[in-house]
Design a protein around this ligand. Structure first.
Ligand code: SF4
Ligand code: SF4
Length: 180
């Protein structure tokens, strides 16, 4: 192709500014280029970036808004499982409680014994981050209690928790009331 036949696009300002905005001050063609100009696969980097940012926001916003931001810092390394028989109520998967607190997953919290934690703090020294585990579990316990009273927690979780002895005495009355 000779020089004269090449499209002279470089340096040319695009004129389709009437395209919708995707973000304040950013038109769609600046974010997702027009398919007629570029193959759709060349937009995958933007799609991936958008997905990563959305996932990060979804993971971090909930615990921040619910007052349990420390859960974000858990590596899920499971070093806290070394607590073992030092937990007075026999909870063995502390990281599960942390992740349940981060995701506001009541069922996961109850099934792993979150409602029988007495917040003694014995597991904290096993955390590689020295996260305030008793405080984090307490916040999730209060959230779970509110959810139980609001009827949000599935009945099967509560029944399973009662049968397996996973409900601490502080929460028994609320759980029994919720399933009766
Ligand atoms: S704070 Fe809760 S999970 Fe940790 S050792 Fe004490 S009772 Fe067990
Ligand atoms: S040791 Fe700490 S950082 Fe690691 S999984 Fe347990 S709570 Fe999370």
């Amino acid at each position: 192709m000779s020089e004269s036949e090449k499209p002279s696009q470089i340096g040319k300002k695009r004129s389709d500014e009437n395209q919708p905005l995707t973000l304040p001050g950013i038109h769609r063609y600046q974010f997702f280029t027009n398919l007629k100009d570029r193959g759709w696969t060349l937009n995958l980097d933007r799609v991936a970036l958008f997905g990563i940012v959305s996932a990060l926001l979804a993971t971090t916003l909930k615990p921040i808004l619910r007052g349990n931001p420390a859960t974000i810092y858990c590596y899920e390394c499971r070093a806290c499982y070394a607590t073992q028989d030092k937990c007075p109520v026999g909870i063995s998967l502390q990281a599960e409680l942390v992740v349940a607190g981060r995701a506001l997953d009541y069922d996961r919290f109850i099934r792993n014994g979150g409602l029988k934690c007495v917040r003694c703090g014995n597991c904290q020294s096993f955390c590689v981050q020295y996260l305030p585990l008793p405080k984090m579990f307490e916040i999730m316990q209060l959230e779970t209690r509110q959810a139980i009273l609001a009827g949000i927690v599935p009945q099967e979780s509560l029944i399973h928790g009662l049968r397996q002895g996973l409900i601490g005495k502080e929460f028994i009355d609320d759980v029994v009331k919720a399933i009766s």
